[in-house]
Design a protein around this ligand. Structure first.
Ligand code: SAM
Length: 268
């Protein structure tokens, strides 16, 4: 019997050989329990807001966006920011625990009632209704898809949720630098909590396993697929996006080995 059964609290579970856990469905066992409680310490809303500045709001406003579907709501950081900037926002995620936290965070940060929908990207159109001017998938979330079939399916679902002239904004860690040994894999733009260590435990072509260490001694992990930048751009093109602009760390000008890439993909 494992701890989960004994305590009744669902915690992360990677089994006897964590490096073999390379499945899309496993994210539902990673964003649970303490990892959900600690997520906001990891990202630090104030510092993250400072790092991002107006980047996403400006990208969306420049395209006349009014309605946004946040498909990787997490604990609600971007959903709340976009609601405060005046966007009509729907907040989806496949982890019920993350959504519950997002809902509380919406209330606690400005009294916003988030419109949350529990939905997996692979079946998004089944669970989320309507069409949107923009879909956002941020915070290095797409990395949780472990097969090319799932990536293509998810992107096709995002594409279908958009109006004819809609835009998808999707980001990713700079895994090229990590895979090619050009960086240690830490980030100052996304995981901004000063007290938290986020370090890669293991990296190969099919897995980037990160360890998150918190000041109280607790440790959590995420198993992710290391997406290369041009591979994701190719998938975006294949699914039908006509124009894809890729930014490094929110900068218009190319940045030498950024922590993150942000792809802004337009349908027309
Ligand atoms: N966007 C938030 C942020 O930046 O703080 C959360 C990022 S967190 C790295 C990834 C989120 O994506 C988690 O909340 C997880 O539940 C969600 N997610 C991962 N795979 C998913 C899938 N296949 N369908 C729906 N949500 C998924």
């Amino acid at each position: 019997m494992n701890d989960t059964v004994l305590t009744g609290i669902r915690e992360q579970f990677f089994g006897d050989n964590p490096l073999e856990v390379r499945e899309t469905d496993h994210y539902t066992q990673e964003y649970v329990g303490g990892m959900v409680d600690k997520w906001d310490d990891l990202i630090d809303w104030d510092r993250r807001a400072e790092g991002e500045g107006r980047f996403f709001v400006d990208q969306l406003k420049a395209r006349g966006v009014r309605s946004v579907l946040d498909v990787a709501t997490g604990t609600g950081f971007h959903s709340v920011r976009l609601i405060e900037a005046g966007f009509d926002t729907v907040s989806a995620d496949g982890s019920p625990q993350m959504l519950a936290k997002a809902f509380r965070n919406g209330l606690d940060n400005g009294g916003h009632l988030l419109r949350v929908v529990h939905a997996d990207w692979r079946w998004l159109n089944r669970d989320v209704h309507g069409e949107f001017d923009a879909v956002i998938c941020l915070g290095n979330s797409f990395t949780h898809l472990f097969s090319e079939h799932d990536r293509r399916k998810a992107l096709a679902e995002f594409y279908a949720m958009l109006k004819h002239d809609g835009v998808l904004i999707i980001d990713q860690r700079n895994y090229d630098a990590l895979l090619d040994g050009k960086t240690g894999g830490k980030s100052s733009y996304y995981y901004c909590g000063t007290e938290v260590e986020a370090v890669p435990d293991h990296v190969d072509d099919g897995l980037a396993r990160y360890r998150y260490e918190f000041p109280d001694g607790s440790e959590y992990h995420l198993n992710m697929y290391p997406l290369r930048r041009d591979y994701l751009r190719g998938l975006l093109r294949d699914v039908g996006f006509q124009r894809i602009d890729t930014f490094g760390d929110f900068q218009e000008q190319p940045v030498d080995e950024p922590d993150f890439f942000i792809h802004v993909a337009e349908k027309t």
